[in-house]
Design a protein around this ligand. Structure first.
Ligand SMILES: [Zn+2]
Length: 237
């Protein structure tokens, strides 16, 4: 793959970046233990955007296995859209334990920083909204995020989720390949005051975009046509 863009996003910073079909974005946790609140939009129609719940709840089962809802996604899984078709595919994760991400906790925002951290500062929602503003996407249109590297286990004895220290080491990364032309946007979560989300210290993230010279463009199908094609390829129709 050829590197076509690289940008270091500072602690508590954000970025919006276009990624064309077939290109891959790599997000590197430069110093480790930094959560990235990530969202993605269909570049041609941003009303279609990332769906955390479809991403968790729609995938092809291994033969013979029953459907059971899952709580996270990882290498090999799709980032699904609000119309239930893939925006991106997670192609690589380097963490010691893959799939340690969160798809349940809404991103931090001014409510969170003021009420829980007693600081009147931008949260991930404001940081992402500022980054996507040039694309005409508003604060109200930002979906629930893919909280990359957020360690948010469900603790049975407690009967709820806990925010734990991330497990990423310096240089750990995730790669996601675009299945259509997309707009990716993310915030380096600025929460360092009241939870273990970023282990109490916010650090930079490197965003790198690669293109595959052998990539052949393919048509982006509507939800149902895409579904039927995938089922036929698996011998399910
Ligand atoms: Zn945040």
């Amino acid at each position: 793959m050829n590197k076509i863009h690289e940008e270091l996003v500072p602690p508590k910073g954000g970025l919006a970046i276009e990624v064309e079909q077939g290109q891959t974005i790599r997000l590197t946790d430069v110093e480790g233990r930094q959560v990235i609140d990530f969202v993605v939009f269909n570049l041609d129609d941003p009303r279609e955007k990332f769906s955390a719940s479809y991403s968790c709840g729609r995938w092809f089962l291994e033969p013979g296995k029953p459907y059971e809802p899952r709580t996270t996604i990882g290498e090999g899984d799709w980032l699904m859209s609000t119309t239930c078709r893939p925006l991106m595919t997670i192609t690589k994760e380097t963490m010691e334990r893959k799939g340690v991400h969160d798809l349940h906790h809404r991103m931090c925002n001014r409510f969170f920083t003021n009420v829980y951290a007693n600081q009147d500062l931008d949260g991930c929602h404001e940081i992402i909204a500022n980054a996507v503003e040039p694309y005409g996407i508003t604060y109200a249109e930002i979906p629930d995020p893919f909280n990359v590297f957020m360690n948010y286990p469900y603790v049975v004895e407690k009967g709820g989720f806990v925010i734990a220290d991330p497990i990423t080491k310096p240089g750990d990364y995730i790669e996601m390949r675009a299945e259509m032309d997309v707009l990716c946007a993310f915030a380096n979560c600025p929460e360092d005051a009241c939870t273990a989300c970023n282990s109490g210290e916010c650090t930079p993230v490197m965003a790198t975009v690669f293109e595959d010279p052998s990539f052949e463009p393919f048509p982006v199908l509507g939800h149902y046509e895409w579904l039927m094609k995938e089922m036929k390829e698996r011998g399910l129709r």
